[in-house]
Design a protein around this ligand. Structure first.
Ligand code: AMP
Length: 228
C-alpha cells in the first residue's frame, strides 16, 4: 500500500501512521523523524536542516528530495509505505509522482486528516515525544504509564524544540502557505480522501484503513507527472 498522510501539525499523522503500519504493511516514513535523527547523530544534513526546523520553516526541497529518493529506493519500501510529513510543498508532490513513475509505482491513497485549529493548538501544546523511539504522547489524552517516561523504551519524554507557542504559530503559517497547495494538487487529480481527525485514534485508524483497502490499485499512467 502506497499511502500519503496529509494534515496540519497536530492532526495525528504520526500517531495514525504508527497504528496503520502493522495493519497495512510497509514502513512508516516520517521526514520529521528522519531529520531529527540526522540532527541527533550530528550529520551534515542534520546541521543544514536544524536552523529551519528550529524556526518552524521548511527544510529546502533539494535536501528533502534527495533524502526521500534514497529512502524510497530502500528494499523495505519496494512494496509500499506510509508517508508522514512528505510531501509538504507542491514541488515535493510533483517530484514524488515523478519518482514513483520512474520506478513503475503510483500512490494508492492520499489521506487528509481534518482537525479544527483550536484542537490542533491543544494537541501540540500537550504533546510529549520520546527522543529515542519517536513515540508520541499527550499529557491529558494519551499519557505514558509512568509519568514522563516512554512506555516502549523507558526514555525520558521531551517537548520538541519546535513546540513553543511562537514556533507553533509559524508552523501553521507555513502550512497554510506551502502545504495547503499540496491538498489542492491531490484533490484536482482525484486522489484526496478527507477524514475527520477528531473521532478518536481507533475510529480514525479504522476509517483510513477502510479507504486504503478499497482504493483502486494505482498505475503509473494515473500520475500527474510527466516522465522526464
Ligand atoms: P514534523 O515532525 O513532520 O512536524 O517536521 C518537523 C520539521 O521538520 C518541520 O517543521 C520542517 O522544518 C521539517 N520537515 C519535515 N518534513 C519536511 C518536508 N517534507 N519538507 C520540508 N521540511 C520538512
Amino acid at each position: 500500500m502506497r499511502v500519503v498522510l496529509l494534515g496540519p501539525p497536530g492532526a495525528g499523522k504520526g500517531t495514525q501512521a504508527r497504528a496503520l503500519e502493522a495493519r497495512l504493511g510497509g514502513p512508516h516514513i516520517s521526514t520529521g523523524d528522519m531529520l531529527r535523527a540526522h540532527v541527533q547523530q550530528g550529520t551534515a544534513l542534520g546541521a543544514q536542516a536544524r536552523p529551519y526546523m528550529d524556526a518552524g520553516e521548511l527544510v529546502p526541497d533539494s535536501l528533502i528530495l534527495s533524502m526521500m529518493e534514497e529512502r524510497l529506493r530502500e528494499p523495505d519500501a519496494a512494496n509500499g509505505f506510509l508517508l508522514d510529513g512528505f510531501p509538504r510543498t507542491r514541488e515535493q508532490a510533483i517530484a514524488l509522482d515523478q519518482l514513483l513513475a520512474r520506478i513503475g509505482q503510483g500512490l494508492e491513497a492520499v489521506i487528509y486528516l481534518e482537525v479544527p485549529p483550536a484542537e490542533l493548538v491543544r494537541r501540540l501544546s500537550g504533546r510529549r515525544t520520546c527522543p529515542r523511539c519517536a513515540r508520541i504522547y499527550h499529557v491529558d489524552t494519551m499519557p505514558p504509564k509512568a509519568p514522563g517516561r516512554c512506555d516502549q523504551c523507558g526514555e525520558a519524554l521531551i517537548q520538541r524544540d519546535d513546540e513553543t507557542p511562537e514556533v507553533i504559530r509559524r508552523r501553521f503559517e507555513v502550512y497554510s502557505g506551502e502545504t495547503e497547495p499540496v491538498i489542492a494538487y491531490y484533490r484536482e487529480s482525484g486522489r484526496l480522501h478527507a477524514v475527520d481527525g477528531t473521532t478518536g485514534v481507533t475510529n480514525v485508524c479504522a476509517r483510513v484503513e477502510e479507504i486504503v483497502r478499497s482504493a483502486r490499485p494505482p498505475s503509473p499512467t494515473r500520475s500527474e507527472a510527466a516522465l522526464p
